[in-house]
Write a protein that binds this ligand. Structure first.
Ligand SMILES: [Zn+2]
Length: 198
């Protein structure tokens, strides 16, 4: 016997989320049926609003509801340093640390020949444009310490260094394969302090 269509659709939607298998999807769907109607409406509206109201900053590529984003619009930040990360969650982690006062650039991924992700699929062209227009003295590459993250760092270094801009890489007290997103604030602080030139 199949589930009635409304619940089948709900299970199908949950199962499209990362890390959610069909059993978990069914458990979540049945949980939603038990939730108060107001909570379900809030949840549904939050999904729609997030998708409708969030966009990528035209300067740095971070997710934002204003363009440019709050960080790019903040004239108090050090415009001479750009910290390059894989995604917006890394920006959140760095900001929590409260020790970094420069700007960011969000690549929205990493180079991955295996998955067919090349430079043109990432937010790299806009980074190069920034380097031409802004007074940037240092680019800190803070991609994760994975094979793809390292390859991306080397690619960026080769691209940027000929312009006479210093390119550095986070010191990896972050162990190999670890994500910036999950590093604690002290580890991130040490990684920035101990950054080395590429
Ligand atoms: Zn921005």
């Amino acid at each position: 016997m199949d589930y009635p269509s409304p619940i089948a659709k709900l299970i199908n939607s949950f199962s499209k989320l990362p890390g959610i298998g069909s059993k978990t999807a069914a458990r979540l769907a049945f949980y939603v049926l038990e939730m108060p109607e107001a909570d379900v409406s809030y949840f549904a509206q939050a999904l729609i609003n997030a998708k409708r109201d969030l966009k990528y900053c035209s300067v740095c590529g971070n997710i934002t509801d204003t363009d440019p984003c709050m960080i790019c619009s903040d004239k108090g930040r050090d415009q001479s340093t750009i910290l390059v990360v894989e995604d917006s969650r890394d920006v959140m982690s760095m900001e929590k640390m409260q020790e970094y006062h420069g700007c960011y650039h969000v690549l929205q991924g990493v180079l991955s020949p295996m998955e067919g992700t090349g430079p043109e699929d990432l937010n790299i062209a806009s980074l190069i444009k920034r380097l031409q227009n802004e007074e940037v003295k240092e680019v800190i590459v803070a991609t994760n310490a994975t094979a793809e993250g390292e390859a991306t760092a080397i690619y960026l270094s080769r691209l940027i260094k000929p312009a006479g801009i210093k390119v550095t890489r986070l010191a990896h007290g972050l162990s190999v394969g670890s994500d910036i997103e999950y590093a604690d604030e002290m580890t991130l602080f040490r990684a920035i302090e101990g950054r080395r030139e590429l």
